[in-house]
Design a protein around this ligand. Structure first.
Ligand code: FE2
Length: 351
């Protein structure tokens, strides 16, 4: 425990220092000038302050007010020493934040007893604050572990879906990162961007219920096969429905609506414009763009520039124009993701 004493009378200061030193177990620093005491308070944390009421440079009330304005001194016991026992002085002392006051002349035994009590209070405050800090750190660590585990499960599930679809995980990884870039550029808050980044990889989860023959069919699908393939969106939404977390609820929205079109010509609900959840509008762009750039049994991979032009051409018809603008604004980073530039490849589990 460190005690600060401020009194512009040299003899009073020495007397108070002797009384407080006799308490034992405490460091004591004394100051004749309040301004120097305040300066010292900026450098170190005192646990108890003893301040004279009447001082020439700055009175005890003013000094107490200055200390209380500082966060580290918000709760530190401050005792005002006064030779005036009038109610008005006491009222001002308490109003400005003093914890207690003592009247001169005081009994050293009584003063020591009161200071001991206040030091015990301070000790309890400090231990409580340390405990609260420790608890906050523990909760943060536990939350971090939970989030990390949730992310890991998502990525492993997404990779399982990709294998089912004949790929090895790169498609969902690229789509997730492109979605995050578009979401950021569209002005979504950081937590929303994180959720989209993690929910996007599950957009085709419904494909696990589609027959192998259909998923791996070389050549284009006939209308009946196309109708069956389109069921992957409602199946995916059913797999994810009634999620208990915002992440799973967002993944359900994306699974359900990532094939809707801005002009209402998509499926399964023919939603249009902003009736389509923003998360699904973002995934629609990333999913189509990456599919265009990828080789399929029925087509060659398109060059990046051609796929970019296709997305821009679909603004206002297939895609949300604002999301296309966001896509264009992050093009250098998106192109780097597609070409495998190391600078654009954050760890897959990084949020
Ligand atoms: Fe899909």
């Amino acid at each position: 425990m460190q005690i600060l004493i401020v009194d512009d009378s040299r003899s009073s200061l020495a007397y108070l220092a002797r009384i407080t030193t006799d308490i034992g177990g405490c460091g004591v620093e004394t100051f004749l000038r309040p301004s120097e005491a305040l300066q010292r308070c900026s450098e170190t944390q005192f646990d108890l302050v003893l301040v004279d009421h009447v001082m020439a440079e700055m009175d005890g009330v003013e000094l107490t007010r200055h200390l209380r304005a500082r966060q580290p001194y918000r709760l530190v016991p401050i005792v005002m020493v006064t030779s005036d026992s009038e109610r008005e002085v006491r009222r001002r002392a308490i109003a400005c934040g003093a914890t207690d006051f003592v009247n001169k002349p005081f009994d050293p035994i009584e003063l020591q007893a009161r200071l001991r009590n206040l030091l015990a209070l301070r000790q309890a405050q400090t231990e409580l604050a340390d405990r609260a800090d420790w608890l906050a750190r523990e909760v943060a660590a536990a939350t971090h572990d939970l989030v990390a585990r949730e992310e890991e499960v998502i990525w492993r599930l997404a990779r399982a879906i990709e294998y089912r679809d004949g790929n090895t995980g790169e498609h969902v990884s690229r789509v997730a990162r492109i979605c995050r870039l578009i979401a950021e550029a569209a002005g979504l808050d950081s937590e929303r961007c994180r959720i989209i980044y993690l929910a996007a990889p599950l957009h085709d989860i419904g494909k696990i219920a589609i027959a192998d023959a259909l998923l791996s069919k070389p050549g284009r699908l006939d209308p009946a096969e196309m109708a069956t393939m389109r069921e992957h969106v409602t199946i995916g939404a059913r797999i994810l429905q009634n999620g208990s977390s915002e992440l799973v609820r967002t993944a359900e929205l994306i699974a359900q609506s990532h094939h809707e079109r801005w002009d209402g010509a998509g499926y399964p609900d023919r939603l249009s414009g902003t009736d389509i959840p923003i998360e699904a509008r973002i995934v629609a762009i990333a999913d189509v763009f990456d599919a265009l750039c990828s080789e399929r049994p029925y087509k060659q991979a398109w060059p990046l520039e051609r796929a970019y032009a296709e997305i821009v051409a679909g603004s206002g018809s297939h895609f949300d124009p604002a999301c296309v603008t966001a896509f264009q604004s992050r093009w250098p980073e998106i192109a780097a993701i597609m070409t495998g530039s190391p600078a654009a490849l954050p760890a897959i589990s990084a949020a």
